[in-house]
Structures are given as structure tokens and as C-alpha cells.
Design a binder for this molecule. Structure first.
Ligand code: C2E
Ligand code: CA
Ligand code: CA
Ligand code: CA
Length: 279
């Protein structure tokens, strides 16, 4: 009887119930966030070896009425489980394309690339290519400036379908980067079949550079592979000069991380550009 009591206690765990209630409330709010205009895009600079900004990664934020500015880790999982990632992802792409278009007017920003994260559910939509085509037509932005970031698990889930979709989008002019490279379970042979333009070294391999021999070797191997396959290589999570120096010496083309800038709202990004332009 005692153990049954304990089981029942565990079953009606009030903390678990609370977490579940909160999840349901959050999902209801997530459902309304798009029409209430609560999404924000933040932009994190990507810089070349000379520290010039060559592009940005668009990172989603939720301006929540009660909880403040939420990071993706707080809601992306819920958005994916509920299917809401589809309208949200479309909003992200629309906003990114509109931003690219407005950059075309200024020679200082006209050459910038915009990297956008794409979730698997979004990429697997039967009409994803048509959606992108329509988006490009409406925004009239240059497709070459748009770069989609895919993950290994997305890419390998159905590699034939992935390659078909990538090739169709590359036909429109888009570019592709493999996000979090090295963290998945994909064989290099598989990954090398994808029509990628860029490999992105995951920040977990960057954190202990230089000094940790294992991660130095991994970073070097990713750079060698990328350059050997005619791709560019970017490192994320670059926080120190020492990391940047090591990566630069190894031939890594681009860096992104707090050393250069945190993700910024559009006004602050403009300030960053203005400062960069000063002699
Ligand atoms: P990610 O694509 O790997 O993005 C990089 C994350 O690293 C971002 O977190 C960024 O703020 C953070 N970061 C940047 N520089 C540094 C650094 O120097 N050090 C450290 N420690 N971290 C750094 P964030 O913005 O919280 O985004 C988390 C994840 O959410 C992203 O990881 C991406 O997978 C997902 N995400 C973001 N925006 C979108 C979106 O629009 N759609 C989808 N499907 N996923 C998104
Ligand atoms: Ca990313
Ligand atoms: Ca990443
Ligand atoms: Ca990552």
C-alpha cells in the first residue's frame, strides 16, 4: 500500500502538472504570436579574415508579453511538435527577404548574405520550393544573397529528396550551409554528396581552441575537407582572439561569434555597420 501511495504521488506530481499546464498555455500563446506580431529577427554578423562583415545569420526571438524576449531554446521544440514552425518559418523567410531587399539600396550592405535556419518539417513540405519561389517574387530580393542553413539530421533523413530540393533551390540561385557540422552521425561520404556551399564548424569544437589537441584536429579536418570540396568554411561561437587566430591560420574563411558581435536587432546592426565604416 505504501509503494502504491508513492507511485500515486509520483503520478500526480504537482511540479510535472504545472510544467504541463505551462506548456499548454505557451502553445496557445505560440498560436497567436504570429498575428499579434510578436516575432523578432536578430542578426549576428559573419566576418571574413579581415574582420569585414560579409553577412549575417538571422536568429529568431519571441517578444513575449509576460516573459520578455524568449530565445529559440524556449519555444522551437514546441513550435516543431505543434506544427506551428511552418507559419513561423515562413515569417522568418519573408522578413529575411524583405531585409535583404532593403539592403540592396546601400552599397555597403548590398553584398551581404543572409543565413536563415530551416527546420526539417519546413524543408520537407511538398511545396517548399514553390514557397521560396513565391517569396523571391514578392520580395524581389536577389536569391544569391539568401543562404539556408541545414542540419545533418535533416539532410540525411532522406538524402535523395534532400539533394533534389537543394538542387531545385540552387537552380533559383540560393546557397546552402551545413550547420553544426560534425555534431551529427553522418558519414563524410554521405555529406560530400550534398550540393553545399559552406560548412559551419559547430561551436562545441571551437570552445576549447587552441590547446585541446582533439578539437584542434577536428577543426583542422573540417577546414581541410570543406576547402578540398570547394566549399567555404565558417566557424560559429568564436569568442576569443586566440580562437580566431587559430582558425584563420588553418584557413577558415569566416567567423561568427561574441568576439565580433552578439545577435543584434536591426537598428543595432546598422550602428555596427556605421562603426565599421569609420576609419
Ligand atoms: P544555431 O543555428 O547553432 O545558432 C547559433 C547559436 O549560437 C545562436 O543561439 C547564437 O545566439 C549563439 N551564439 C552566437 N555566437 C556565440 C558565441 O560566441 N558563443 C556562444 N556560446 N553562443 C553563440 P540562439 O539565437 O539562441 O539560437 C539557438 C538555435 O535556435 C539556433 O542554433 C538554431 O538551431 C535555432 N534557431 C534560431 N532561429 C531559428 C529560426 O528562425 N528557425 C529555426 N528553425 N531555428 C532557429
Ligand atoms: Ca544556424
Ligand atoms: Ca549552428
Ligand atoms: Ca550550434
Amino acid at each position: 500500500a505504501k509503494s502504491a501511495g508513492r507511485d500515486r504521488l509520483r503520478f500526480f506530481d504537482p511540479a510535472m502538472q504545472l510544467a504541463q499546464d505551462q506548456r499548454m498555455v505557451l502553445e496557445t500563446e505560440l498560436r497567436l504570436a504570429t498575428e499579434l506580431g510578436q516575432w523578432r529577427l536578430y542578426y549576428q554578423p559573419q566576418v571574413d579574415a579581415g574582420r569585414r562583415m560579409v553577412g549575417v545569420e538571422a536568429l529568431l526571438r519571441w517578444q513575449h508579453p509576460r516573459l520578455g524576449l524568449l530565445l529559440p531554446d524556449d519555444f522551437i521544440g514546441l513550435a516543431e511538435d505543434s506544427g506551428l514552425i511552418l507559419p513561423i518559418g515562413l515569417w522568418v523567410l519573408q522578413t529575411a527577404c524583405a531585409q535583404l531587399k532593403s539592403w540592396e539600396a546601400d552599397p555597403r550592405t548590398a553584398g551581404l548574405q543572409m543565413a536563415v535556419n530551416v527546420s526539417a518539417m519546413q524543408f520537407r513540405q511538398i511545396d517548399f520550393v514553390a514557397q521560396i519561389k513565391a517569396l523571391l517574387a514578392v520580395s524581389a530580393c536577389r536569391p544569391e544573397r539568401l543562404k539556408l542553413e541545414l542540419t545533418e539530421s535533416l539532410a540525411l533523413d532522406d538524402i535523395g529528396d534532400t539533394i533534389d530540393t537543394m538542387l531545385a533551390l540552387k537552380g533559383l540561385g540560393l546557397h546552402f550551409s551545413m550547420d553544426d557540422f560534425g555534431t551529427g552521425h553522418a558519414s563524410l561520404n554521405y555529406l560530400a554528396q550534398l550540393p553545399l556551399d559552406q560548412l559551419k564548424i559547430d561551436k562545441s569544437f571551437v570552445a576549447k581552441l587552441p590547446g585541446l589537441a582533439k578539437d584542434e584536429t577536428i577543426a583542422r579536418a573540417i577546414i581541410t575537407m570543406g576547402l578540398g570540396l570547394n566549399m567555404s568554411v565558417i566557424a560559429e561561437g568564436v569568442e576569443t582572439e586566440a580562437q580566431r587566430d587559430f582558425l584563420g591560420t588553418q584557413g577558415c574563411d569566416e567567423c561568427q561569434g561574441f568576439l565580433f558581435s552578439r545577435p543584434l536587432p536591426i537598428d543595432a546592426l546598422q550602428d555596427y555597420l556605421d562603426e565599421e565604416a569609420e576609419p
